[in-house]
Design a protein around this ligand. Structure first.
Ligand SMILES: C[S@@+](CC[C@H](N)C(=O)[O-])C[C@H]1O[C@@H](n2cnc3c(N)ncnc32)[C@H](O)[C@@H]1O
Length: 226
């Protein structure tokens, strides 16, 4: 249970999703068995619709894990290029194996290391930036994300409601207080930042979508954007 939506709603939506191929089905099962958090399938479908509707061709992902979401993105079309950043060597090894099995080595590049450092070395521009790494670090990466985001691009931040804990202290677990406080700060910042428009969607574990505020860019001569 995601704690954002009731089980029967989640199950119903999932029942309508397009079938995944054998590799993706296997990775979903492995991730569940090994407690590796991967993108919720309904969130992956939402991102696929965004990619297709905007004809996006370059994605930056923070948090590769076993490569599931990177494989889904790269499978959308042959011109898609995915840069994905991952800290864990164990995850990188698994992701490389899975990406090879998917035959997508030419479309997905894994950048090893701590995302808050690696992101500073990347050049972009990226059409979509998918924040799915350490949940407490989103707030520290916002400026780099904006530096790397293309004019028609979108920042997608996953798990922003964090099992509901971000929205209410009544479900907050003590050991998650720091992450939750940082996530709240991140949501407050992206909601109030005049350079972007943001919407928060209670899909999966909570998804925030941010795009450039074109009026602000025009009035300030593109301040905040290269
Ligand atoms: C939610 S999982 C990513 C799931 C993946 N995007 C998917 O849907 O298939 C988060 C990943 O971020 C990685 N991670 C955590 N802290 C990180 C950091 N500071 N820099 C880079 N990766 C990090 C974790 O090792 C983990 O594999």
């Amino acid at each position: 249970m995601g704690q954002i939506n009731q089980d029967y709603i989640e199950d119903y939506i999932r029942g309508l999703l397009p079938k995944r191929n054998d590799l993706l089905n296997r990775l979903e099962i492995e991730a569940a068995e090994e407690h590796v958090p991967i993108i919720h399938p309904e969130v992956a479908q939402y991102l696929e619709v965004m990619v297709r509707s905007h004809d996006y061709k370059k994605i930056l992902e923070i948090g590769t894990a076993i490569g599931y979401s990177a494989i889904r993105f790269a499978s959308i079309h042959h011109a898609m290029q995915v840069d994905s950043v991952e800290l864990s060597e164990e995850m990188i090894e698994k992701a490389e194996k899975n990406i090879k099995e998917a035959g997508l080595e030419n479309q997905i590049k894994i950048h090893p290391g701590d995302a808050s450092q690696v992101i500073k070395t990347l050049e972009g521009p990226y059409d979509m930036i998918f924040l799915d790494g350490a949940k407490g670090h989103y707030v520290h990466m916002l400026e780099d994300c904006l530096r790397l985001l293309s004019p028609k691009g979108m920042i997608i931040s996953d798990n922003v409601l964090f099992r509901g804990m971000v929205a209410s202290n009544t479900v907050l677990k003590r050991r998650k207080i720091t992450i939750v406080k940082r996530m709240r700060r991140f949501l407050e910042e992206i909601s109030a930042d005049p350079r972007i428009h943001t919407t928060i969607i209670p899909l999966g574990d909570g998804v925030a979508v941010s795009i450039w505020n074109r009026d602000h860019m025009e009035n300030t001569g593109g301040e905040g954007h290269e």
